[in-house]
Design a protein around this ligand. Structure first.
Ligand code: 3HC
Ligand code: NAI
Length: 700
C-alpha cells in the first residue's frame, strides 16, 4: 500500500492529499504525512496550501483503533499547531464528514471551504472523550461559547450551511470542491490575505455563570457522564485563558477522559455496533434479494410503526388489516406520527405527505402477491401467526421474504407452516418501531443465507442497528429481560417500593427504571400471557402477584392513568401513591413475606447480574454470535447506559470472578432456581479469564 498522504504542487498551490480508506482516519501514518506535507510546503515555492481528501469523506477523526495503545509521535495537537503556524494561507477542503480530529485539522487551517452536502462536528463525547487537538479552544473562539458547548456536548454533526452561519466554515459550494478550493487559495494569495490563526484570537467572552448552569442541565441530560462536564470546563477555560494555557486544560481533561472506564465502554460500543452487522461464516459475496415493495400485516402498535420505517426509506408499503375499522385506526396513528414529525421540524409538510402516500391500506391479501418482503405484526398468538404464514405461502411470489415480528414465538414453527421455510425470518422491532434503533434479526434453522444477508442490509437502509439472534423463547433481549423483570418484582414484594427501585436503576444509568417501564408497556400484557397458561406454568407467584392485583383493580399502567404509579393525565408526571403501597403490602402479607429495607446496591446487583448470568448462557448456546452483540441489544433496545458498554462489557469491567461470587451469594440467599450460575460464567471465573478473551477464541 502506498503512503496515505501525498504532497503535490498544482498551479503554485501546495496540495496535501489524504487517502486512507475507509474514512481517512488520522492514523500515525496520516499524522506524519500531513506534518511532512506542511514542512515541505514551508520550504517550497508554493503560495498557499490546500488540505483535501480522497474517497467518500474528509478526515472522520482520530483513528479509534489506536486508542489505548502507546501513543506515537507526532501527536495530533502538534500536527494541527504546525498547520496553523505555517506562513502561507492553508485552506481545508471539506466533503463528506469532517469529524473530531478531522474537524480540528480544519479548524487549525486558516480558511475552510465545504461542499454543501458536507457535515462537520465534534462527536468525541459519544466516545466518552472531548476534542483533544485544540477543538475545545478554537471552536468557542470562532462560534462563541454557547454554540461550542452545544456542538461538543451533543456530538451531533451539523450541515455545512449551519457551520457557515456559525462562523466555523467560510465558504460553501454546490460541487467541484477541489477546483473551488484551489481557486479560493489563489484568491487569498492574490488578495494578500492573512494567515488567520484562530489560536491568536482573544479568549471568547462569556458570562461566567452560564457554565455552572450548563453543567446542571447536563447532569439531567447526561447523568453521571464525565466527558460532557469536562467539555464545559475546557470551554470555560477558553473563555478566560490565552490559547496555550487553555490547551493545557484541554490536554489534562482529554487524558482523564481517555483513561476513564466510561470512554472504554463507549469505544467498545462503537466497534460492537459495527461488528454486530457481520455474520459469522456468511460469504460476503452472498447475493442479495431486491426489496422495493413491502407488505405489513397488522396495523396495531407495532405494524403502524414498522410500515413507517419502510416508507421513510422510499419503499412502497401495503398495510393489511382484518377490517376497515382496524385499518383506519392504524392509518390514523401513522398520520398523527407524521404530523408530529412536521411539528417538531423533522420533515416538511410535503415530505410527510409524500412519505405517507407510500403507505396503502388494504384488507386484501392479493395486494401482497408481488411484495418482496412481508412483515407480520398481528397478536402474539402462534396459531394465528401460523395461519397467516400459510396464507402468505399461497399468495406471495416465489422469493419473497416472509418475516415475523413475534416477541416470543418459535420462528421455526412459524416457518414450518409454509412450504418455503428458507424464506422465513424474524424481524423483531422494538416499540415505538419508527423510533427505536434496534432490530433483532432472528435466524431460523432453515433461514437461507441470502435472506439473512438481505435483511441485515435492509436494516441499514431503514436506519436500524441489526443484531442476529438464534431462536429461543424471547430471543436475546426479552429472554434476558425476564430475569431482570423477575428480580425487580421480587425486590418490590420483599420490601422495596417502585420509587426506590427506579431511583436505584436510574442513578446507576438505566434510561428508565423497570417499574416505569412496566407501567409504560402495560401491566396487562404479562397478565394476559399468564392467564393463558395453566397455574403451574406461571412461575414464582412472588414475581407477579403485585402487577396482577393492580390489573384486576383496573390499574393497567400509564394508559389507564395508574399502575405501579399514578400519572397526571396532562403532564404524565408520576408519583407513588398509598393505594399502590397498600396493594404491595397486602400481597406480601398474603404470601407470608416480611418486608425489609433493600438498599440500592442490592437492587442494582440483583437486576444487572441476573441479566449478565442469562447473557452468559445466551453466548454459550450460540444464540448471540458474540458477547458484544448482547451489549448492542441492551444499549439500543433497553436503555442500558452506553457508557457502561452494555451488560457483557460491564461484566468484564467488574471482573467475572466478582460477578460469579455475587451470583453465588444470591444463589445461596434466594435459591438455585433463579440463581444457578451460568456454566460459562463459572468456568471463565475459575480460569481467571475475561469474556473478551473468551470471545476472541470461543472454542477454547
Ligand atoms: N477510526 C477508526 N476506524 C473508524 C473510524 C475512526 N475514527 N471511523 C470509522 N471507522 C471504521 C469503522 O469501524 C468501520 O470499520 P469496519 O468496516 O471494519 O466495520 C469503517 O470505518 C466504516 O465506518 P461506518 O460503518 O461507521 O461507515 P459510515 O459511512 O456509516 O459512517 C462515519 C462514517 C460517519 C465517519 C462514522 O464511521 C463515524 O461516525 N465515525 C467516527 C467519527 C468519530 O467519532 N470521530 C472522532 C474520533 S475521536 C477524535 O477525533 C479525538 C480527537 O479529538 C483527538
Ligand atoms: P396490537 O394488538 O397493537 O396490534 C395487532 C394488530 O393485528 C391489531 O391491529 C389487529 O387488528 C391486527 N390483526 C389481528 N389479527 C389479524 C389478522 N388475522 N390479519 C391482519 N391483522 C390482524 O399488537 P402489537 O403490540 O402491535 O404486537 C404485534 C406483534 O408485535 C406481536 O407479535 C407482539 O409480540 C410483537 N411486538 C410487540 C411489541 C410491543 O411493544 N407492543 C414489541 C415488539 C414486538
Amino acid at each position: 500500500m502506498g503512503a496515505p498522504v501525498s504532497y503535490d504542487v498544482v498551479d503554485g498551490i501546495g496540495v496535501i492529499s489524504i487517502d486512507n480508506p475507509p474514512v481517512n482516519a488520522l492514523s500515525h501514518a496520516v499524522r506524519s504525512g500531513i506534518l511532512d506535507g506542511i514542512r515541505t510546503a514551508a520550504d517550497d515555492a508554493s503560495a498557499a496550501v490546500v488540505i483535501r481528501c480522497e474517497g467518500r469523506t474528509f478526515i472522520a477523526g482520530a483513528d479509534i483503533t489506536e486508542f489505548g495503545k502507546p501513543p506515537k509521535d507526532p501527536w495530533l495537537p502538534e500536527v494541527v499547531d504546525a498547520i496553523e503556524a505555517l506562513d502561507k494561507p492553508v485552506v481545508a477542503a471539506i466533503h463528506g464528514t469532517a469529524l473530531g480530529g478531522g474537524f480540528e485539522v480544519a479548524l487549525g487551517s486558516h480558511y475552510r471551504i465545504a461542499l454543501k452536502s458536507a457535515k462537520v462536528g465534534l462527536p468525541e463525547v459519544k466516545l466518552g472523550l472531548l476534542p483533544g487537538a485544540g477543538g475545545t479552544q478554537r471552536t468557542p473562539r470562532l462560534a462563541g461559547v454557547q454554540a461550542a458547548l452545544d456542538l461538543m456536548t451533543s456530538g451531533a454533526p451539523i450541515p455545512a450551511s449551519s457551520a457557515e452561519a456559525a462562523g466555523l466554515v467560510d465558504r460553501v459550494v454546490d460541487d467541484g470542491l477541489d477546483a473551488a478550493a484551489l481557486a479560493y487559495a489563489r484568491e487569498l494569495v492574490d488578495e494578500g490575505a492573512a494567515c488567520r490563526r484562530t489560536s491568536e484570537l482573544p479568549p471568547s467572552s462569556a458570562d461566567p455563570s452560564i457554565f455552572a448552569e450548563y453543567k446542571r442541565q447536563l447532569e439531567r441530560r447526561a447523568h453521571g457522564q464525565l466527558a460532557p462536564q469536562k467539555i464545559v470546563d475546557c470551554v470555560e477555560a477558553a473563555s478566560r485563558l490565552p490559547f496555550p494555557e487553555g490547551s493545557i486544560v484541554e490536554r489534562e481533561a482529554f487524558m482523564a477522559c481517555m483513561a476513564s472506564p466510561q470512554s472504554a465502554g463507549l469505544r467498545h460500543m462503537f466497534f460492537a455496533e459495527r461488528e454486530a452487522a457481520k455474520i459469522n461464516g456468511l460469504d460476503k459475496s452472498t447475493p442479495l434479494r431486491e426489496v422495493a415493495k413491502v407488505g405489513v400485516i397488522g396495523a396495531g402498535t407495532m405494524g403502524s410503526g414498522i410500515a413507517m420505517n419502510f416508507a421513510n426509506a422510499g419503499m412502497q408499503v401495503y398495510l393489511l388489516e382484518v377490517n376497515d375499522d382496524a385499518l383506519g385506526r392504524g392509518l390514523e396513528t401513522i398520520a398523527k406520527n407524521y404530523a408530529g414529525g412536521v411539528k417538531r421540524g423533522k420533515m416538511s409538510e410535503e415530505q410527510a405527505l409524500a412519505t405517507r402516500e407510500r403507505i396503502t391500506g388494504t384488507t386484501d391479501y392479493a395486494d401482497l402477491a408481488d411484495a418482496d418482503l412481508v412483515v407480520e405484526a398481528v397478536f402474539e398468538d402462534l396459531g394465528l401467526k401460523q395461519d397467516i404464514f400459510e396464507r402468505l405461502d399461497e399468495v406471495c411470489k416465489p422469493g419473497a421474504i416472509l418475516a415475523t415480528n413475534t416477541s416470543y414465538q418459535d420462528v421455526n414453527k412459524i416457518a414450518a407452516a409454509t412450504s418455503r421455510p428458507a424464506d422465513v425470518i424474524g424481524l423483531h422491532f422494538f416499540s415505538p418501531a419508527h423510533i427505536m434503533k434496534l432490530l433483532e434479526v432472528v435466524r431460523g434453522d432453515a433461514t437461507a443465507d441470502d435472506v439473512l444477508a438481505t435483511c441485515m442490509k435492509l436494516a441499514k437502509a431503514i436506519r436500524k442497528i441489526p443484531v442476529v439472534s438464534g431462536v429461543c423463547y424471547g430471543f436475546i433481549g426479552n429472554r434476558m429481560l425476564q430475569h431482570y423483570g423477575r428480580e425487580a418484582n421480587l425486590c418490590l414484594i420483599e420490601g422495596a417500593t417502585p420509587e426506590t427501585i427506579d431511583t436505584a436503576m436510574q442513578q446507576w444509568g438505566m434510561a428508565m427504571g423497570p417499574m416505569r417501564v412496566f407501567d409504560l408497556a402495560g401491566l396487562d400484557v404479562g397478565y394476559k400471557a399468564r392467564q393463558g397458561l395453566p397455574p403451574e406454568e406461571r412461575g414464582d407467584p412472588r414475581a407477579f402477584v403485585i402487577p396482577d392485583a393492580l390489573v384486576e383493580m383496573g390499574r393497567l399502567g400509564q394508559k389507564t392513568g395508574a399502575g405501579l404509579y399514578t400519572y397526571d393525565p396532562d403532564t404524565r408526571d408520576y408519583r407513588f401513591d398509598a393505594e399502590s403501597l397498600e396493594v404491595i403490602e397486602t400481597q406480601a402479607k398474603e404470601l407470608g413475606i416480611e418486608r425489609r429495607e433493600i438498599d440500592a446496591s442490592e437492587i442494582v446487583d440483583r437486576l444487572i447480574f441476573s441479566l449478565i448470568n442469562e447473557g452468559m448462557r445466551i453466548v454459550e448456546e450460540g444464540i448471540a454470535q458474540r458477547p458484544s452483540d448482547i451489549d448492542v441489544v441492551y444499549v439500543y433496545g433497553y436503555g442500558f447506559p452506553a457508557w457502561r458498554g452494555g451488560p457483557m462489557f460491564y461484566a468484564d469491567t467488574v471482573g467475572l470472578d466478582e460477578v460469579y461470587k455475587r451470583v453465588c451469594e444470591f444463589r445461596d440467599r434466594f435459591g438455585e432456581e433463579n440463581w444457578a450460575p451460568a456454566p460459562l460464567l463459572e468456568r471463565l471465573a475459575g480460569e481467571g479469564r475475561s469474556l473478551a478473551e473468551w470471545a476472541s477464541d470461543p472454542s477454547s
